[in-house]
Design a protein around this ligand. Structure first.
Ligand code: ADE
Length: 421
């Protein structure tokens, strides 16, 4: 993509990493058949011709698949990192070098979502709500030019709903997080596997027979609890929602209040979307050697300030992504990924086969928005049912699975209340 005069240019760590990034992206693309198909379709139909798209996402090889598909469809893409520690510098370099996007992402440097906004986007793609938030709070002059966008996390959708309730949201946002396909692939399987992957890469510890406390039993917590149990851990779930807690009980997990579970935990993983889930009050009761990890979008679920205040000594990186906090009574607590989203910092996030589904959903929703949806009011909208069904059909096909069709008699039977039994 050639920059027009005055247009922002890429800000990345090291352009020399582009070849390594290209190879990494190519590997991810092998596992993303649906997005490859959409890129081919977009290349023919060019649904994003004339569209400028600002995206604030984890800059990973899988995200490159989405960017490539949107670019193939004619979009000018401006990509900013949504998290300082999840950026893959080689991928950022490859994307910038190929011209697929203008990229603002350096590992370890605070995200600069606002820089993607300098492109004056008409569509936005957000992961956690920071881009939309910044747009409303700091760049209100751009709001009238934005036709809409999509949000891919539960945390971001919660924020958007609060904005919409206050009448503050200036354009339609589609909650791609809330689709059944995204929940079953990304939130449950992808997060479950990659969070445990992050814990294991960071600590190289055995999980068999160990007590793992999972805080939160939403789609992500369920996946983490299942993955930990699959590796032989004894899992305790904590919850504040009685229905989710009941679901965890039926799945065979012990469900206990955090104050009771925490002293037993050898590994404690938060996945609640809330704050101070492992707060100052728990620090005196945690076991020596307890491993603390967060899977939630923001680094507020473990009270890292309280941990730092209680520690008499902090040893950074006793292993990559593992910091050791020595307390006055001699106990050592191990904090992974500085309390940030462990699966994207200490591992590589959801694998390509999972992100294929999530990003295919976003690509289709963006195509739908780009086509113009004049009746869509500012607010939070569900993914249109036709799109969710298309994602499922394309993914089934890519997996070599096939389904049946109702016969005419079955359709009639299901559509009529007169048919009796
Ligand atoms: N969110 C979860 N996993 C991800 C990945 N691999 N790339 C981008 N965003 C993600």
């Amino acid at each position: 993509m050639t920059a027009s005069p005055g247009e922002p240019v890429s800000d990345i760590a090291d352009p020399g990493l582009s070849e390594a990034g290209r190879a990494r992206i190519e590997w991810a693309q092998r596992g993303m058949p649906v997005l490859r198909l959409l890129a081919r379709r977009f290349g023919q139909a060019r649904p994003f011709t004339g569209c400028t798209l600002a995206a604030c996402l984890h800059v990973t090889a899988e995200t490159a698949g989405l960017v490539t598909a949107l670019r193939a469809g004619g979009a000018r893409v401006f990509l900013a990192a949504s998290n300082p520690l999840s950026t893959q510098d080689d991928v950022a370099a490859a994307l910038a070098a190929s011209g697929a996007a203008t990229v603002f992402a350096r590992a370890g440097v605070d995200p600069a979502g606002y820089r993607a906004l300098d492109s004056q986007p008409d569509l936005v793609v957000d992961d956690g709500g920071d881009l939309v938030n910044t747009l409303h709070a700091q760049r209100p002059e751009l709001l009238s030019g934005v036709r809409g966008g999509c949000e891919s996390t539960a945390t971001g959708v919660i924020r958007l709903r609060r904005m919409a309730e206050e009448g503050a949201l200036a354009f339609p946002m589609v909650a791609t997080d809330a689709t059944v396909t995204k929940q079953m692939f990304d939130n449950t399987r992808g997060t479950g596997q990659s969070v445990i992957d992050g814990v294991l890469r960071a600590t190289n510890t055995l999980l068999d027979g160990r007590v793992v406390v999972v805080a939160g039993y939403g789609a992500c917590g369920r996946g983490i609890a299942d993955a930990a149990r699959g590796l032989g851990a004894r899992v305790i779930v904590t919850e504040v929602d009685p229905v989710r807690a009941l679901d965890a009980v039926l799945a065979g997990f012990d469900v206990l209040p955090m104050a009771v579970a925490a002293p037993a935990g050898e590994v404690l993983i938060t996945a609640t979307g809330s704050r101070d889930v492992i707060g100052a009050e728990l620090l005196p009761v945690l076991r020596d050697g307890a491993i603390l990890a967060n899977a939630g979008h923001f680094d507020v679920e473990i009270d890292t300030r309280a941990l730092a205040a209680e520690a008499v000594k902090v040893t950074r990186e006793v292993r990559p992504h593992t910091d050791e906090y020595l307390l006055a009574d001699g106990r050592r607590l191990l904090l992974l990924a500085e309390g940030r989203v462990v699966n994207l910092v200490a591992a590589e996030g959801s694998p390509p086969q999972v992100m294929d589904v999530s990003f295919a959903g976003q690509a289709l929703v963006l195509g739908w928005l780009a086509a113009g949806q004049p009746g869509l009011d500012p607010g939070v909208h569900a993914v249109p049912p036709g799109i969710e069904e298309e994602i499922a059909r394309l993914t089934l096909e890519s997996l070599g699975a096939a389904i049946d069709e109702l016969t005419a008699a079955q359709r009639e039977y299901l559509n009529s209340w007169r048919a009796g039994r």
